[in-house]
Write a protein that binds this ligand. Structure first.
Ligand code: NAD
Ligand code: WQD
Length: 340
């Protein structure tokens, strides 16, 4: 019998790509999303790609009774938990909003799982839990924190909560996936990242410069101790990331306890290298200006990927050129986002 996975935040950027891969891997999918940062039109796009329209509930994970109803109506085998707020800067100005959604919402979900004896969980964590690492590449056993913003702290707290849950309930199986910098889009160009307002992250910003929505890219700092002075990150194709979730779910079904795993490529690229790769992908120059460092940024961040290979049998396949090509295809096919 097909296993059924509840995907919270399943119409969002990473969630939608993971839903596609889950369906293609033979899973039934139930999506819960309050559409705060995504559109219902994503569901039709998923259907166009896979031939399957996933079951959808417009539910806020903070709404206990509504969430309970979803568990009552579906026989769930596991949960992949993406739902949450993710804007780092906004989390500094609205910490309570972030803790409410990312912590209280998650607690609600974990309580409901426990009540319905659904014990398998994959949680969207982030490389941000490592704070400013003492060295790179970053291994899973590096010290965690201090985090530099409430968003990052909400991820760290969720990790700790889930460790405590696994200690108290040995039947629980949790994989904490620490994503590095997800970029790119599905190769169909039908789903991808739709930033709300001015993009905070590098790739969506570059894509909007390339399509003419923004004048130039501000490069935040060129005096870091890196290959060309600009910040270095481990950019990972969102489809690779999605495939990592399939491996994590399979792992969760076969194990108990908690495991934290980095999802990255193991390679770092500088801001200027990414800008150049994008220019190659879209066939035009990307205008830029060098400006001051962005507060809270670190110089370099990339993953040690050994554990993902050993524990999950997963490694990233797509290179930076493919990431930029797919991101550009999505941007040019959907200049105004996903609305139909
Ligand atoms: P996203 O905003 O595109 O997706 C999150 C989805 O959750 C959205 O569709 C939103 O409407 C939904 N949502 C938010 N609060 C909700 C609530 N209370 N109830 C129901 N639905 C709710 O973000 P994404 O980039 O796909 O990120 C997914 C997860 O991965 C998040 O938890 C994020 O923190 C984490 N993450 C993202 C990145 C990244 O760079 N994108 C990196 C590391 C970790
Ligand atoms: C990448 C590089 C910037 C924008 C953030 C979160 C992290 C995770 C992923 C969720 C840096 C530079 C950026 C711009 C620039 N999210 N940059 N001009 O900061 O590595 O990580 O997203 O968990 O928690 O902090 O990603 O894309 O913002 O920046 O020069 O307009 O691009 O300084 O070096 P970051 P990013």
């Amino acid at each position: 019998m097909k296993k059924t996975i509840l995907v919270t935040g399943g119409t969002g950027y990473i969630g939608s790509h993971t839903v596609v891969e889950l369906i293609e891997a033979g899973y039934e999918v139930v999506i819960v999303d309050n559409l705060y940062n995504s559109s219902k039109a994503v569901l039709k796009r998923i259907e166009k790609i896979t031939g399957v329209l996933p079951k959808f509930y417009e539910v806020d994970i903070l709404d206990g009774p509504a969430l309970n109803q979803v568990f009552e109506e579906n026989h769930l085998d596991a949960v992949i938990h993406f739902a949450g707020y993710k804007a780092v800067g906004e989390s500094v100005s609205k910490p309570l909003t972030y803790y409410q959604n990312n912590i209280a919402g998650s607690l609600n979900l974990y309580e409901t799982m426990l009540k319905h004896q659904v014990y398998n969980l994959v949680f969207s964590s982030s490389a941000t839990v490592y704070g400013d690492p003492a060295s790179v590449p970053i291994c899973e056993d590096f010290p965690l924190g201090p985090t530099t913003n409430p968003y990052g702290t909400s991820k760290l707290y969720n990790e700790q909560i889930l460790r405590d849950v696994c200690k108290a309930y040995p039947e629980f199986s949790v994989v904490l996936l620490r994503y590095f910098n997800p970029i790119g889009a599905h190769q169909s160009g039908l789903i991808g990242e739709v930033p709300n307002g001015i993009p905070n992250n590098l790739l969506p910003y570059i894509a909007q410069v390339a399509i003419g929505k923004r004048e130039y890219l501000s490069v935040f700092g060129n005096d870091y101790d890196t290959v060309d002075g600009t910040g270095v990150r481990d950019y990972i194709h969102v489809v690779d990331l999605a495939l990592g979730h399939i491996k994590a779910i399979e792992y969760a079904f076969d194990h108990h306890g908690v495991e934290a795993v980095n999802l990255g490529t193991g390679h770092g690229y500088s801001v200027l290298q990414v800008k150049d790769a994008f220019a190659k992908a879209c066939g035009k120059e990307v205008a830029f200006k060098l400006v001051d460092r962005r507060p809270g940024d670190i110089a370099e961040c990339y993953a040690d990927t050994t554990k993902a290979k050993e524990v999950l049998g997963w490694s990233a396949q797509y290179d930076i050129d493919t990431m930029c090509q797919d991101s550009w295809r999505f941007q040019s096919m959907n200049p105004d986002g996903i609305n139909d």
